[in-house]
Design a protein. Structure first.
Length: 240
């Protein structure tokens, strides 16, 4: 039972926390061509640049969608929420691109092209948010795995026939493990709720929410890494 718990812990930690660091890429500058409206080739070139901006963001969202759909860390509720948000962004960007391609003036093209950034914030908000939700749910899953293992480890210590010194050290390690898991639980509490419904209109104010979530995820992961080391120490001391 204990070995199965360790295996579950390892797999869940790897998959749940692999995406916890997201690149907060800067949005590209909106192109600024000459103001003349008498150059169809130039207008077409600007539209092409806008299309590239849309397609790059759609590629990021498609990768995020795959990550969300295949994640074993996400709760079903969070998975459903993120899939809905990604789908809405994909539909919105696709429709916006069609609008841009049908625009007939530079002013309208540039105005609509700017919405690719301001209405979606794919690089600086949506993508990091998705990875943070997955990471936070992953931490919660690992916390639960540890909480299941702690009484199992306590029982192993209680019935162990190793020396009193090793038994006392194993108990001390278990106490440390318990404290670290508790600290991880405290750090991660409320993180998902703080970021999952962030919207582009809140930028740049909601950048602080993303930063705080990232810091809490990092703190929780540090505690869990220490907890895993405590488990290994306990099993080594007890000859398991």
């Amino acid at each position: 039972m204990l070995a199965r718990g360790m295996a579950t812990l390892t797999v869940t930690a790897g998959l749940g926390l692999a995406g916890s660091v997201a690149v907060d890429a800067a949005a590209p500058t909106t192109p600024s061509p000459a103001t003349s409206t008498g150059n169809p080739a130039l207008l077409s070139s600007v539209k092409s640049l806008c299309n590239i901006g849309v397609q790059r963001r759609l590629a990021v969202l498609a990768a995020d969608d795959t990550f969300v759909k295949t994640s074993v860390a996400l709760t079903s509720s969070d998975q459903s929420t993120l899939e809905g948000q990604i789908g809405a962004d994909e539909s919105g960007l696709t429709a916006l691109d069609k609008t841009i391609q049908s625009d007939s003036t530079y002013a309208k093209v540039l105005s609509d092209c700017g919405l690719i950034v301001t209405d979606y914030r794919v690089y600086v908000m949506e993508d990091p948010k998705i990875h943070e939700v997955i990471a936070a749910d992953g931490v919660s899953e690992v916390d639960s795995t540890f909480e299941t293992m702690i009484p199992e480890l306590q029982n192993v210590i209680n019935v162990s026939t190793v020396s009193a010194t090793d038994k006392a050290q194993a108990q001390s390690d278990l106490n440390n493990l318990t404290s670290k898991v508790s600290a991880s639980h405290t750090s991660i509490s409320g993180v998902t709720a703080s970021v999952i419904n962030l919207v582009p209109s809140g930028w740049p104010g909601n950048q602080a929410d993303l930063k705080s979530a990232r810091q809490n995820i990092t703190a929780a992961w540090t505690d869990l890494s220490g907890a895993r080391a405590d488990v290994n120490n306990i099993l080594t001391l007890l000859g398991e």
